[in-house]
Design a protein. Sequence first.
Length: 270
Amino acid sequence: MTDKHHGRLTRDGIRIHGAEDFSGMYRAGALAAHILDDIAAHVFVGQTTGELDRLIEQQVNDAGAKSATIGYKGYKHASCISVNHVVCHGIPGDKKLKDGDILNIDVTVIVDGWFGDTSRMYVAGKRSRKIERLVQVTHDALMKGIEAVRPGNTFGDIGHAIQAYVEAQRMSVVRDFCGHGLGRVFHAPPNVLHFGRPASGPVLEEGMFFTIEPMVNLGRPETKVLADDWTAVTRDKSLSAQFEHSIGVTADGCEIFTLSPAGRFHPTWD
């Protein structure tokens, strides 16, 4: 089955992209990652999430790209910034960062029609050992999921790798939000769950593009969405962290489109 965007669709509706599509995804992913590299210097105690978002929007515009989130379902910002017990989709605003706050910054840009989607963690001021561990486990969980990506494996293998690792660290994986297919669209099949059974779900094929973006809580996995219809928080108010990469399946594994040019994807501890 094919359609106007070219490329085959699997029976699960997952697009199979050609080799030439990888370069477009690399360009989009590199810009998103570069923006997150640069924003690190602006994360400090007293900074507002609204100012961080303004700086991100300015960088998107300066690069001649578009923000995928401005105007998406009525959303008005170039990033989602989720602080402390906010799991995802935090709305930038006037709130100032306090000493010890952790935040996830999630950016999606459109470059020549291709979508680059990535997020990572930052810490304002001093960090506790508890925060270091949560951030490290979440980062490593994403990488365990990526290690499971190769043709012949399944999406259940990715979810199982993440879940097994996180739960062995006595933390929990959020069930209410997941990764997604992308390419020339923001969200497409499949839903990429961060939990699951080995050998379950669609089989991975070369040319699939999708995000893996586990959200990990120090407490229980349950979330709730606030009255703004965007902000998702942990029900038990426990801290939450998230890392996200956009990837493409290759003949023998995968390529990460959103690698940090400056090697800052993990907020390296001194």
